[in-house]
Design a protein around this ligand. Structure first.
Ligand code: SF4
Ligand code: SF4
Length: 243
């Protein structure tokens, strides 16, 4: 009989077939922690980086964006949607479950550090922008108009359309270009400026409490680690190294 590596409980036939741990979430969590720490050690050795354990692990979602040309019909659909917004006094906006955070704006340094984490992920959360018209709503357009003195609401649609990139990430928000979002921050919906996945929150906590601005960002999908990067202040070291 085989027992669980962590709690020593006898494993069922199914658990034995799947590996060396039982189905208890604590054992699964421990297994994942050890797997991630082992991967961090391996990556640090391969990159000749000392003190791997000083880089806290932040797991982010998998996303492999592919650029496609902006289709005229997609542009037209967005134009129709924006025209609809400016004539509506009220818009429902985004589902509250996606509005995870609405804290104060970050300092430029913090924004830059968090941008490095999102760059490793390559913008998974902007995938949701496809089905939500970049999360734009009446309130966002009004805020933009109010901040830009002299701008008329009727001019807003063409300004937003002018920012569309020639190529965007397939199946994602039309504003997700090769280097990420092409909309200036003041034109983005609140959720775009405030959303944080779990991995980004982990990294933020570290950046907020430590001057070294370190993190080990891991892209994990379907129980497998696919790629990673050490963030060390403004520098970033990918593992496996990028071609
Ligand atoms: S918030 Fe999370 S999911 Fe979104 S781009 Fe950043 S790391 Fe990726
Ligand atoms: S507007 Fe920008 S930040 Fe918002 S979903 Fe689209 S690409 Fe992402």
């Amino acid at each position: 009989m085989t027992n669980c590596l962590y709690c020593n409980t006898p494993l069922s036939r199914h658990e034995q077939f799947a590996g060396t741990i039982c189905g208890n979430w604590r054992c699964r969590e421990k297994f994942l922690e050890n797997q991630l720490a082992g991967y961090r050690r391996e990556a640090a050795q391969a990159l000749d980086l000392a003190q791997a354990e000083t880089f806290p692990i932040a797991v982010v979602p998998y996303w492999e964006p592919k650029l496609v040309p902006l289709a005229p019909e997609d542009r037209q659909l967005l134009a129709d949607f924006l025209h609809g917004l400016i004539v509506s006094e009220f818009s429902e906006g985004v589902s509250s479950e996606l509005m995870l955070d609405s804290s104060q704006p970050d300092s430029p340094d913090m924004t830059a550090q968090l941008g490095l984490v999102c760059a490793v992920c390559q913008g998974f959360c902007c995938f949701h922008g496809a089905a939500n018209n970049a999360f734009l709503d009446h309130k966002t357009l009004m805020r933009f108009v109010t901040e830009k003195q002299g701008l008329e609401l009727c001019e807003v649609v063409s300004i937003y359309l002018d920012y569309l990139p020639k190529e965007h990430c397939h199946n994602a928000c039309l504003y997700q270009g090769e280097q990420g979002c092409v909309l200036p921050r003041e034109m983005r919906a609140d959720i775009c400026n405030n959303y944080q996945c779990g991995g980004l929150r982990t990294a933020r906590e570290r950046f907020a409490t430590s001057a070294d601005n370190r993190a080990f960002v891991v892209v994990r999908h379907d129980h497998k680690i696919l790629r990673s990067a050490f963030i060390n202040g403004p520098s970033i070291l990918h593992y496996p190294p990028k071609a």
